[in-house]
Design a protein around this ligand. Sequence first.
Ligand SMILES: Cc1cc2nc3c(=O)[nH]c(=O)nc-3n(C[C@H](O)[C@H](O)[C@H](O)COP(=O)(O)OP(=O)(O)OC[C@H]3O[C@@H](n4cnc5c(N)ncnc54)[C@H](O)[C@@H]3O)c2cc1C
Length: 302
Amino acid sequence: MTEFIDALREAVHAENVKQNVLLKEHTTFKIGGPADYFVSPETAEAIADVVRICRDYDMPYFILGNGSNVLAADKGYRGVVINIMGRMNNIAVDGNIITAEAGASLIKVSQVARNNGLTGMEFASGIPGSLGGAVYMNAGAYGGEMKQIIQSVSVIDETGKLSELSCEEMDFSYRHSLAEEKGLIVTGAVIELKKGDVSDIQAEMDSLLAKRREKQPLAYPSAGSTFKRPEGYFAGKLIMDAGLRGYKVGGAQVSEKHCGFVINTGEATAQDVVTLMDDVVEKVKREFGVTLEPEVKMLGEF
Ligand SMILES: Cc1cc2nc3c(=O)[nH]c(=O)nc-3n(C[C@H](O)[C@H](O)[C@H](O)COP(=O)(O)OP(=O)(O)OC[C@H]3O[C@@H](n4cnc5c(N)ncnc54)[C@H](O)[C@@H]3O)c2cc1C
């Protein structure tokens, strides 16, 4: 193992390699035990080196953005968490094009767009993820999704090879992309927006944020919508109609404000959340014949 740690240290600088890092401190759910290794690369090449080292040592790895769509296991993760948001967060603007690294906060990129009078990404201004996580998930809200604004994406494949893919090649669909299908790591993206008026953009961002504050339980830790939207339905409405508003397992609860969100009321464990999710899936299936699929990604063993 010393050899493995030395190799990681060489790839990403010693201070960027940590051990036994609590995942509850890196997820918006505020849940999760320790990751054996937690590395924060500063460049795409360093990520590729880490991937190759993990392959050589047969060590699993997991790419973490802002942890806003992740449920980390209580026992943590026996592998390497590659923390993209730690270091790689540069954002550059050229005319109506924004080029940003995967670790840039999506909210920050939206603000940079607004500051430069660029419209088209207001929908993303309240999504608390990294740009890389948003591309991987094809994040979206209020009629917008990443697919509409992405021009190209820089990725690393499972062998550590770097390449650039066009928006079409990313094969985006609802909360899905080629990155998810092929295990690609997103290292950056080029976003194409349109010229707009700063005060109009701000007004739209304010209006969407007000809607979020009104509808979503933002005072509690969560991972946003717990389930994907089933074709022809809304997950939150199905859960509410199944009588599960406020349903609790340990410290995990179906939000009373928005039934599509599972919240951590304080001391929820990952097991509480998983048990609650299983109960919800079963009850909704029984009542309405619809199978809910998790939107939240699991990290570690359950
Ligand atoms: C209060 C709240 C509101 C939310 N509202 C919305 C919303 O309106 N719309 C919406 O779509 N989502 C929403 N979300 C969910 C979440 O913010 C998005 O899914 C976001 O895109 C996840 O980004 P992240 O960086 O946090 O990814 P993480 O949670 O860290 O990771 C999510 C998945 O992406 C992978 N991943 C992350 N970064 C990369 C990368 N660089 N390369 C490859 N894979 C990567 C991870 O391995 C994991 O499988 C909300 C969450 C919260 C807590």
